[in-house]
Ligand binder design. Sequence first.
Ligand SMILES: C[S@@+](CC[C@H](N)C(=O)[O-])C[C@H]1O[C@@H](n2cnc3c(N)ncnc32)[C@H](O)[C@@H]1O
Length: 266
Amino acid sequence: MALSPGWRAFAPFPVNCRGALQKAVRSSGLPLFPWGHCPWRGTGSFLDPEMKAFLEENTEVTSSGSLTPEIQLRLLTPRCKFWWERADLWPHSDPYWAIYWPGGQALSRYLLDNPGVVRGKSVLDVGSGCGATAIAAKMSGALRILANDIDPIAGMAITLNCELNRLNPFPILTKNILDLKQGKWDLVVLGDMFYDEDLADSLHQWLKNCFRAQRTRVLIGDPRRPQFSGHGIQHQLHKVVEYPLPEPTRRENNGLTTSTVWEFQP
Ligand SMILES: C[S@@+](CC[C@H](N)C(=O)[O-])C[C@H]1O[C@@H](n2cnc3c(N)ncnc32)[C@H](O)[C@@H]1O
């Protein structure tokens, strides 16, 4: 399947590093759900009805083509108008949340296959996107979860995706967590977050602080993107597991063939 011109423009990597976009996105984080600390209220009712309708109209519910068929997600697929449409007609910021990235897929697979890693633990998913890794953590018995993404629309997509998987919604934070005082977490997970050099530097520093201050366990999912493979963080990683990517994910990611879970051990 050839990728549409619109899709190519959305896909920020590995085609092109969209540093300027990333900076713009990074500075725009606002808390989406001030009720985030109160996770047991119903989903849906907190979604702006117009945005909810937009998301439902412009995504498809799918569980196929990824490493985790047990998780259903609303994603942009070839059956969606904007898969084929010119990217500049998309009325919002680039929909990273509408893609289930290879790094997140590997992390989620690992958590589902190894529930002991999260069971009874507090888990922070940084750059949660569609929320799949946070959902995998919840399915595997995590006690406390925070999904963090600076894109408020990602927050809404995560809420819808919790609902799809019959999960009570967990808190979602759309502030830039890198600017906040460190919280205390048993585990921090990051799927496909090392796609921009500046962001990679900031994350590396922040993760070092997390580890030093709290001995927090850190797991990173990445399909060996250049900004990750060429980064200084490589000297502080231990390979946990590598998964072959399913064919549809390979096609959508310009020939990436595997995705790996790494443990950060500075
Ligand atoms: C490539 S996507 C990965 C999404 C998801 N983890 C996955 O693997 O499918 C990167 C996500 O990180 C978010 N992001 C970028 N900078 C961030 C930051 N400083 N803090 C939190 N999220 C960020 C973007 O909005 C985007 O949803």
